[in-house]
Design a protein around this ligand. Sequence first.
Ligand SMILES: Cc1ncc(COP(=O)(O)O)c(C=O)c1O
Length: 243
Amino acid sequence: MALRSAINDNTVMIAASAPCLPFGVVDPIREVGKIAQEHGINLHVDGSLGGVQLPYYRMLGHDVPEFDFSVPGVTSMSTELHKFGFAPPGVSVILHRTEEQFKFQQWELKEWKMGTYRNRNLLGTHAGAPTAAAWAIMRFLGTEGFMRAAGRQWNAMHRIFDGVAAMQDLYIVGKPDVCTFAIGARKGDITVVMDALRAKGWFPSPRIQTDPSAIHITLSPMHEDHVDEFLADLQVASKASLA
Ligand SMILES: Cc1ncc(COP(=O)(O)O)c(C=O)c1O
């Protein structure tokens, strides 16, 4: 595995994604956890996009990859509540496996003339409004609300996967675990597909992905109501790219 050969005496941590942004694929966290343990180093799981999706998919009974502290070797995790937590930017969460480890996140300066300066993050003073908004949204939606939202995202994603599978000229890149994924073209020019979708009022991510060339889509719960329209427009866009 390329990861093993990248580790040397200076390595203190491995970072894995749950999932990566381009393809929505969760890294093989259990295997990576074993490697971290073999080397006695930390494993951070970046759950930026999966942290507030994967647990709810699981609660809904869907099959999701292992990604959290249940995996031996995972020492910390993070997620962005300003993504699928529906909060305004910037409110992120970092979780440590142990309190002992959490202490290393804090830093303090005791020699300061005004007393001890202690902080738990890099930013120092920052706005509390996004945190308050995230709290209010969590109280408002609750577990049921987040399950309902994630269920809609799961359904939309899988209906799109089925729809794309039925189109011979397009394909979903890899096997996404979370509703952020890429659509590539077997034939035709994906930039033409992108332009045709835009002309119909859809807003995929603004950049064309490379390697492979693909358009990037992120779904929110409301997209469940528009899957059929989207697939119809995607089909037309795909034909336009072949013309
Ligand atoms: C996998 C992953 N990690 C981290 C980030 C950084 O997120 P932010 O800049 O919103 O904190 C992103 C952003 O999309 C992401 O996709």
